[in-house]
Design a protein around this ligand. Structure first.
Ligand SMILES: NC(=O)C1=CN([C@@H]2O[C@H](COP(=O)(O)OP(=O)(O)OC[C@H]3O[C@@H](n4cnc5c(N)ncnc54)[C@H](O)[C@@H]3O)[C@@H](O)[C@H]2O)C=CC1
Ligand SMILES: O=C(CO)COP(=O)(O)O
Length: 427
């Protein structure tokens, strides 16, 4: 059973007033509760940091209950202890975010659907997913469909959700964004939060920005901004769920490409130098050889082409996607940070170093100790969409990343193939 945490005295200096239009719940006895209850579904590297950010704010802000429930996919550690027990005992996710205290008001709960009854400030109530009116989803995207199915009929009808998950599903009908998956299964509105957010940096409170994408309710977006913002985490709302979510999803494919380039340039890779009016400067950059700077130039070229494909793909899927979204933290900034410091880039580099002889699954297990890559499966999902719609030739970088990941092309193909002249007007 997940325990309740001890009450922390509220800091009245830093509290803000509950807005009149704040979401509220009505208890069984008819009492209106203007305080929102937050549950975080997921407890990996970013999930734990998100819980820490949120928990620091729920203690300060009047409009939220202090306690933050965090659903943990239970596992037994090498010590023989359960992960949830350790988190609740030492207030630290020793497996996915070691060395960082989450806040005593974060309660790890292994029970996704059925909340334990426990006590909060003298009340009796159910306080996990069941009673939460603000649900934060942050698991690797491949687990979300199963989680959504388990949660059908278990969440409040008036709950608001936000997805921090970078990825998508591909159905018979076509691509399905994770926020849509959540909305459709659970019947609730779902916003998104994406950005240049390498979790380990935010964990140690290095300044970062993020973007909240919302559909139409501005007051809900503001509530999410209040819940996440800190002096070192600056959150901006934009009314473009699809644009923000596709940025977060697609940049992981670009990061895989960047990882491969990092290795090729180290080995003095010489790309072919065929003519191309549109991309002349790109070819010139690739013509530089062997120097230390070449790696950065080549990687920058891949980032630029990747961003261009991200924009084109997003707009072909959703005409509502705004150009300006790509200049928010979720767009160009996330491409840069992930291509420089992300896990996708790091594992892709190892893949290329091994000449594609060791699989991504093997390298992921060895290098990430339980953390999950999103870029390889996203590349496959994007490829499925491209081939189904006859767009493969229009997106040479996206297509080539997948072909390399499955061993149909060598890692060096990333530059040769990505430099093909794009044929679409949306480019
Ligand atoms: N780590 C980062 O720096 C950032 C990650 N993200 C995104 O956030 C999402 C979550 O990533 P992280 O929190 O980093 O997770 P992670 O990569 O650390 O993933 C491990 C998590 O998956 C859980 N898990 C393993 N098997 C499972 C199963 N069968 N069912 C459900 N859960 C299972 C593990 O318990 C653990 O909580 C991803 O979409 C990622 O792209 C977004 C921004 C930054
Ligand atoms: O999304 C991220 C940074 O914004 C993290 O990317 P990686 O999963 O590649 O580490």
């Amino acid at each position: 059973m997940a325990p309740a945490f001890e009450q922390v005295p509220e800091d009245t200096e830093t509290q803000t007033e509950t807005p009149h239009n704040a979401p509220h719940t009505v208890n069984n006895d008819g009492q209106v509760d203007y305080k929102s209850r937050v549950t975080v579904v997921g407890s990996g590297n970013w999930g734990s940091v998100a819980a820490k950010l949120i928990a620091s704010n729920t203690l300060k802000l009047n409009s939220f209950h202090d306690e933050v429930r965090m659903w943990v996919f239970e596992e037994t550690l090498q010590s023989g202890e359960k992960l949830t027990e350790v988190i609740n005992r030492i207030n630290e996710n020793v497996k996915y975010l070691p060395g960082i205290k989450l806040g005593k008001n974060v309660i790890a709960d292994p029970d996704l659907e059925n909340a334990d009854v426990h006590f909060v400030y003298g009340e009796t109530g159910n306080c996990a997913v069941k009673d939460a009116n603000m649900l934060v989803f942050v698991t690797p995207h491949q687990f979300m469909e199963g989680i959504c199915k388990r949660l059908v009929g278990k969440v409040r009808e008036d709950a608001e959700a936000i997805s921090l998950i970078k990825g998508m599903e591909v159905k018979m009908e076509g691509p399905c964004m994770i926020s849509t998956l959540i909305s459709e299964h659970l019947g609730i509105n779902c916003s998104v939060l994406m950005g240049a957010n390498i979790a380990n940096e935010i964990a140690v409170e290095k300044f970062s920005e993020a973007t909240v994408g919302y559909r139409d309710k501005r007051e809900i977006a503001e509530q999410w901004v209040r819940l996440f913002s800190t002096p070192y985490f600056l959150v901006t709302p934009v009314q473009d769920v699809e644009g923000v979510e596709l940025c977060g999803t697609l940049k992981n494919v670009v990061a895989i490409a960047a990882g491969k380039v990092a290795v090729m340039s180290k080995f003095g890779f010489h790309p072919c130098n065929s003519a191309c009016e549109l991309n002349q400067s790109y070819y010139q950059m690739l013509g530089f050889v062997d120097g230390l700077d070449m790696g950065n130039n080549t990687k920058a070229a891949i980032m630029r082409i990747g961003l261009r494909e991200m924009i084109a793909f997003s707009k072909l899927l959703f005409s509502s996607v705004r150009d300006s979204t790509f200049f928010e933290s979720c767009g160009v900034a996330d491409v840069i940070t992930t291509c420089l410091g992300g896990r996708n880039r790091k594992v892709a580099e190892a893949f290329a170093k091994n000449g594609g002889k060791r699989s991504f699954d093997e390298l992921e297990a060895e290098m990430l100790q339980g953390q999950k890559l999103q870029g390889v499966s996203t590349a496959r999902e994007v490829y499925e969409v491209l081939s189904h719609r006859g767009w493969l030739e229009l997106f040479p970088l996206f297509a080539t990343v997948h072909e390399i990941c499955v061993g149909h092309l060598p890692p060096s193909a990333i530059v040769e193939h990505s430099e093909q002249k794009p044929k679409l007007s949306v480019f």
